[in-house]
Ligand binder design. Structure first.
Ligand code: MG
Length: 257
């Protein structure tokens, strides 16, 4: 009799288990369809942002039209600030465990735009990256030297400086923008960099990945150990002579190959 009850209990459990697993399996497509139809108000833009930050999306040109408001809210809101804080914390956690050589050759390579300085005031007036890039207009903005510091990056930068790490700035800005860039950096609180490397005329047509790899290789050839690279573009971090660790800052506004 007892074994008969056990068989009934087992059958009941099997029935319940099958019913629940079918329910769970059936829920996913329904949920997925709901998100795909949300017109940008739900998960689509979050997922798009994930795909561009991880570089799963590869080269992309335009923010999806339905995500322009999402990008605006992100880049002007607390989430962007919080993401930058975590990247800076991760960078510090890493560097605090690095064994420094201590001969002045321990280096960290920073990109500038959207890494140390924020061009959000410019992009706010130009659709948060949704408009076609206008070089003349952007160069005018750079010439004003008014880009504010990204606070988390400034703290990381200053801590690295205090630790004796050599700070090297490697930017896609051009040599003719050196004075405005130096003024902007100093006004925003950055100082004590060892090198500020800008594109020379011979670099103008090179993809950023090529130009930045070449420059990092020159840095290594001078005897530096690049412990870390910080950049908002994958082209700041990929290629060769990449350093020991890369730290990708968020930027859903534009992509530079
Ligand atoms: Mg940048």
């Amino acid at each position: 009799m007892a074994s008969g009850r056990n068989i009934i209990v087992l059958l009941l459990l099997a029935f319940v288990s099958k019913t629940f697993s079918e329910t769970i399996i059936q829920m996913h497509p329904i949920a997925h369809r709901a998100n795909a139809d949300d017109n940008g108000s739900g998960y689509y833009c979050e997922s798009w942002r994930y795909s561009v930050e991880t570089n799963d999306a590869g080269e992309w040109r335009n923010i999806p039209a339905r995500c322009i408001d999402f990008v605006r809210d992100y880049i002007t809101g607390e989430r962007y600030r919080s993401d930058l804080e975590i990247v800076a914390e991760n960078s510090l956690d890493f560097v605090k465990n690095v064994t420094m050589i201590g001969d002045g050759k321990d280096a960290w390579v920073f990109d500038i735009d959207e890494t140390l300085l924020s061009n959000v005031p410019y992009y706010a007036a130009h659709g948060y990256g949704s408009e076609t890039f206008n070089e003349k207009s952007f160069n005018h903005w750079v010439g004003l030297a008014e880009a504010p510091a990204l606070p988390a990056s400034l703290r990381l930068y200053n801590e690295l400086n205090q630790m004796g790490v050599t700070l090297i700035l490697l930017t896609g800005r051009e040599e003719f923008q050196r004075n405005a860039t130096e003024k902007n950096l100093l006004d925003a609180g950055f100082s004590h960099w060892k090198k500020l490397l800008l594109r020379e005329p011979s670099d103008k047509e090179k993809p950023a990945t090529t130009y930045k790899s070449e420059k990092r290789k020159e840095i290594e050839n001078e005897g530096y150990t690049i412990h870390g690279c910080s950049g908002d573009q994958w082209s700041d971090l990929r290629g060769y002579a990449m350093g020991i660790r890369s730290f990708k800052l968020p930027n859903p506004m534009y992509y530079i190959p």
